[in-house]
Design a protein around this ligand. Structure first.
Ligand code: PNS
Length: 175
């Protein structure tokens, strides 16, 4: 059973994220979308809203689920392993969250420095946790949640950049 973790802030999930998650879902038995609290980024959407949007956007992918997390990503992976030992029915769910692979999307050059830094540090913090990168296709190379939020805040058309549920949620936020 190969299980992958796709971490991010997902504020909100974009079509680029969904592309990476979909590719990962074809490569792994199960994909856990790890939605970070990311308080420093002061997200537009609450953690619950971001998880809910990921759930709606990935509803058609039977081996994908969204889980919120706070604190260090490597601790989240470890925490999931620890709950296996001590919890009841809930632990059966948690057991399935045991993740040994991180899957990240890579867009253009701008991503490299940041992703290299996080990967290098995560390797030092947790040498057993592997990170692999999936390259974004051209149409998503320059897509980001922040750009989508900006276009939407200025009442631009974001239909081609986000899943339908996110378009509706963003239009509501900026109405
Ligand atoms: O979508 P983002 O905001 O680029 O995702 C970044 C994320 C959430 C994956 C990263 O900030 C993260 O792993 N946050 C959890 C805290 C952590 O582990 N920080 C140390 C990284 S070396």
């Amino acid at each position: 059973m190969k299980r992958a973790l796709t971490p991010g802030t997902f504020d909100p999930i974009t079509s680029g994220h969904l592309d990476v998650i979909t590719r990962a879902s074809q490569m792994f038995d199960e994909v856990v979308v790890a939605v970070a609290e990311s308080p420093k980024k002061k997200p537009l959407f609450s953690l619950e809203e971001r998880v809910s949007l990921v759930e709606q956007a990935t509803a058609h992918l039977s081996n994908v689920r969204a889980v919120p997390f706070c604190g260090l990503l490597v601790d989240f992976a470890d925490q999931m392993e620890a709950t296996v030992l001590v919890k009841g029915l809930r632990a059966i769910t948690d057991f399935e969250l045991e993740a040994t692979v991180l899957v990240k999307g890579l867009r253009a050059i701008t991503d490299f420095e940041y992703e290299f830094q996080m990967t290098a540090l995560n390797y030092q913090l947790h040498p057993d946790l592997e990170t692999i990168f999936i390259m974004s296709p051209p149409q998503y190379m320059y897509l980001s949640s922040s750009i989508v939020r900006e276009i939407s805040s200025l009442h631009g058309d974001i239909k081609q950049f986000v899943p339908e549920c996110v378009r509706v949620a963003l239009e509501k936020k900026f109405a």
